[in-house]
Design a protein around this ligand. Structure first.
Ligand code: FPP
Length: 244
């Protein structure tokens, strides 16, 4: 079975999962953290090289303060409790997003954890924190313009490789597969540049219900996809013009 080298996940539906059970939304996020643990371990065990999780979007700052605080607390807890497990499994932690918006003590802790796993040889686990793809592009172009002025980079020198090298994901391959849970079928400002040729997989279960069987179904579905990256496939001539 062909595995994605890079799997990205939009973990959605925590709130609805909690609501269904007449629990506070934070209970859904707490259950969601348990699923994160399982999925991280299972992906590493299966030999997936990169796993990227959308943990907190730049738009999530607009949620009620109590929920934002609870999510920051959960992140703090996750970093605390999971680090030994990540170390044990040789997993390398990375972060994308605007870390400067996080509470400074948490941002510092995140940077420390990233540094402490930097030489681990195993799966790269990337948490998207205070992340929005449009914001990432704006930050990238800002840095590029500063460098262009300083290093005299001409407009003609700008190509996809140069722009991609300014993104938060510069050191990573693009995702091969994106999973979104909860039945919503949209990208929600996640990795807009990087998802250009990614296979999309939507499943209806809420993130707290996502389990090993659901992960396996998504991986099996991916292994049956035929990826063409916009080029012609070598199959029957019935495919419609412009289809890719
Ligand atoms: C979407 O559910 C989920 C989030 C906004 C946060 C995801 C966070 C976690 C799974 C826990 C923290 C993660 C780590 C890595 C420590 P939602 O609240 O939008 O659900 P809803 O659409 O049903 O309201």
């Amino acid at each position: 079975m062909s595995l994605p080298q890079h799997l990205a996940i939009i973990m959605d539906g925590n709130g609805r999962w909690a609501q269904q059970r007449q629990l506070p939304r934070i209970a859904g996020h707490q259950q969601g953290v348990k699923v994160v643990r399982t999925v991280v371990q299972e992906c590493a065990r299966r030999g997936i090289a990169y796993l990227t999780l959308y943990a907190f979007s730049s738009e999530n700052w607009q949620r009620p303060m109590t929920e934002v605080d609870a999510l920051m607390g959960l992140l703090d807890y996750y970093l605390d409790v999971e680090l030994p497990l990540l170390q044990q499994q040789g997993i390398r932690l990375q972060v994308i997003g605007d870390l400067d918006r996080l509470p400074s003590s948490l941002a510092q802790r995140v940077r420390q954890q990233v540094a402490s796993t930097a030489t681990n040889p195993g799966m790269v686990l990337t948490l998207a924190l205070s992340y929005g793809a449009r914001d990432e592009l704006v930050r990238a172009v800002r840095r590029l313009l500063t460098d262009a002025r300083r290093k005299d980079i001409s407009a003609e020198a700008l190509d996809e490789t140069l722009l991609a090298s300014y993104l938060d994901t510069a050191a990573m391959p693009d995702p091969d597969l994106l999973i979104r849970t909860s039945g919503e079928m949209r990208i929600s400002n996640f990795l807009l540049w990087q998802l250009a040729y990614t296979e999309l997989y939507f499943c209806s279960c809420y993130w707290p219900d996502f389990d090993v069987a659901a992960l396996d179904r998504a991986l099996a579905d991916f292994s049956r996809r035929s990826r063409r990256f916009g080029q012609a496939g070598d199959f029957e001539p019935t495919s419609r013009l412009g289809e890719s």
